[in-house]
Design a protein. Structure first.
Length: 114
């Protein structure tokens, strides 16, 4: 199983980016797919997740600015990031959870300049 994330880049504060992630090598429906991030010198943290029932969970720091969407049946997940702030700068990882385990993508760097 491989998760491939893309869409990161450099953007000015207030701008937007859209991250995409797709799982390959698996046809089973995931239970949960989502996004995490790790800033320099900090621990990896949850950004947003989407369950197979359509429930979304967001970190308080991104509520109202980020939107997670996707299709657990197709094992895809997206993250629309608006009103980006310098503190959103981090490597963003997608993660997929199946009944037997979970997998991480390699990460995509998001840099927000002030």
């Amino acid at each position: 199983v491989q998760l491939q994330a893309c869409g990161g880049g450099l953007v000015q504060a207030g701008g937007s980016l859209r991250l995409s992630c797709a799982a390959s090598g698996i046809i089973s429906r995931s239970n949960n797919m989502g996004w995490y991030r790790q800033a320099p010198g900090k621990q990896r943290e949850l950004v947003a997740t989407l369950t197979n029932s359509g429930t979304t969970i967001y970190a308080d720091s991104v509520k109202g600015r980020f939107t997670v969407s996707g299709d657990n049946a197709k094992n895809t997940v997206y993250l629309q990031m608006n009103s980006l702030k310098p503190e959103d700068t981090a490597v963003y990882y997608c993660r997929g959870i199946w009944s037997w385990g979970n997998y991480w993508g390699k990460g995509t760097l998001v840099t927000v300049s002030s």
